[in-house]
Design a protein around this ligand. Structure first.
Ligand SMILES: [Zn+2]
Length: 494
């Protein structure tokens, strides 16, 4: 949490509109969504701000738009809408959707560029300087590649030869900022999570061969972008434009949102943009005299059923397909319960139906059905409501997991409550206890079912961050004056 310990600002990267939304984008966005929901419950709706959006400039967009014969703005409008729609379908609770082609963003980035032009590094040098750039540029990657990146002289990701590009660019003097960034990362003032990624970034700094990065391109190589305010032949290159979204969205430097929510608490990203977020972004912020984000949380690359996700293989999963089949809340469960944040990220889509049946239909769904049915049949729907309380120890451990972005671990703890209850029912056989006139058996019946209802209460309470609607449905069922088996199962068999 930020300085005042009362507000939380969570961001996803802005997604590049050259690609349609896929399950990798969805993963990062779902993680941000469940964190935002968790903190809204904890701190109140007004004290949490959740940002996502789309990155819409660059040569690749201009090329893609030209290919389909439409204006780049129209092209970005269309794809950006697809992202918005995918997030609506997934019931993502973002507070804002920032677009880098919006008037507001362009205006503030222009201000930022002017500020950087005037700024000095910690060593007293100009932050920006003009120099000649020559490199092998892959239009597909939209970046200069190192000769060592190439396979048969081609970009391995795009199977095409990069162009040799030579031009005057404006550069950002990254190296002057690295000692300070290193210090902040080492002390966890800028927390890089998980720690393997922290070590990776410190390793990059220690190698001492990080080149300064260019912040502009000639109009010829990047025709679609924000004008460099002092040089009409140059456009702003991706870094300052895209990374600034996290503050332009808050109306930097004067906006109320900015005053309230900066510095960001959790900035989520995928491994492929590690360097830009852990080095370039802090350097830009330091040059602007700003506080750094508290935490950068990095997840790995995705594979689908063990294979690299690729259009050629045809295994790209679109979030809408998953939502259509399972609904938004269950989709989030299926995706987040598969692997721990930051570890090997293989989405086993093949396992979704198995997991759905095992965990939701036969696990949680069955526990709800059998417990409520027995309370209805054997106890006339009545159970001691004073038993409906939080199991402090368990819930606080679940909450700790959520705050550490260990959702898989949190879900394991929640499902343990479910297993425990199902096990107790199988062992104590309430249907037999109910037939007994023995007073002890009657007490035992009440205590077994009371235990299951209490566990369900804790399950519903803890699942709120992930499945707010299902969670409320469960609470409504068990908090009713008379408990009844739900008319329809909460998790129908497919
Ligand atoms: Zn490429």
């Amino acid at each position: 949490m930020n300085n005042r310990n009362k507000t939380i600002y969570i961001t996803t990267p802005i997604y590049y509109v050259n690609d349609k939304p896929h399950i990798g984008h969805a993963y990062t966005t779902i993680v941000a969504d469940v964190l935002a929901r968790y903190y809204r419950n904890k701190l109140g709706d007004d004290n949490v701000y959740f940002l996502t959006g789309t990155d819409e400039h660059g040569a690749k967009i201009a090329e893609s738009a030209a290919k389909v014969g439409i204006d780049p703005q129209k092209f970005t409008d269309q794809i950006s809408d697809e992202f918005k729609e995918a997030w609506q379908n997934l019931e993502i609770s973002n507070d804002q959707f920032i677009r880098t082609t919006s008037e507001k963003h362009i205006k503030i980035v222009t201000d930022i560029l002017n500020k950087l032009k005037e700024a000095k590094t910690p060593l007293g040098n100009d932050v920006l300087y003009e120099s000649e750039y020559e490199g092998l540029y892959c239009v597909g990657c939209e970046k200069f590649l190192n000769p060592s990146d190439l396979v048969d002289e081609k970009c391995p990701d795009h199977n095409q030869k990069p162009k040799l590009v030579k031009e005057k660019n404006w550069f950002f003097r990254l190296n002057d900022f690295l000692p300070l960034i290193k210090e902040k990362i080492t002390k966890d003032e800028l927390l890089i999570y998980p720690s393997t990624r922290k070590n990776e970034v410190l390793g990059l700094i220690d190698k001492q061969d990080l080149p300064d990065f260019s912040i502009s391109r000639s109009i010829k190589s990047v025709p679609w972008g924000i004008d460099l305010p002092w040089d009409k032949n140059q456009k702003s290159y991706v870094w300052v434009d895209a990374l600034s979204n996290y503050i332009t969205a808050l109306d930097y430097p004067q906006g109320d949102l900015f005053q309230k929510f900066w510095p960001a608490n959790i900035q989520l990203l995928a491994l492929d943009i590690l360097k830009f977020h852990t080095l370039y972004w802090p350097a830009i912020l330091l040059a602007l005299g700003m506080e750094l984000p508290k935490q950068l949380a990095i997840h790995g690359f995705f594979t689908i059923n063990g294979q690299k996700m690729s259009k050629t293989i045809g295994n790209v999963i679109h979030p809408n397909e998953v939502v259509e089949k399972y609904g938004a809340e269950v989709s989030k469960y299926l995706i987040l319960s598969q692997f721990s944040f930051g570890s090997e990220s293989d989405i086993k889509v093949e396992d979704f139906p198995i997991k759905y049946n095992a965990d939701l239909v036969n696990g949680l769904g069955n526990l709800i059905n059998r417990t409520t049915k027995m309370v209805e049949d054997y106890l006339d729907g009545e159970i001691d409501k004073s038993g409906l309380e939080i199991i402090e120890d368990v819930v606080s451990k679940i909450n700790q997991d959520i705050e550490k972005i260990n959702f898989k671990e949190a879900l394991v703890k929640i499902w343990k409550l479910i297993q425990e209850s199902n096990f107790l029912i199988d062992q104590e056989k309430p249907w037999e206890l109910s037939k007994s006139n023995n007073k002890d058996d009657q007490e035992k019946l009440k205590s077994v079912l009371g235990f299951c209802i209490k566990n369900l209460y804790n399950v519903a309470y803890s699942l709120n961050f992930l499945m707010p609607q299902k969670s409320q449905e469960i609470l409504d069922i068990i908090q009713a004056d008379k408990i009844k088996k739900p008319a329809k199962p909460l998790f129908p068999r497919l």
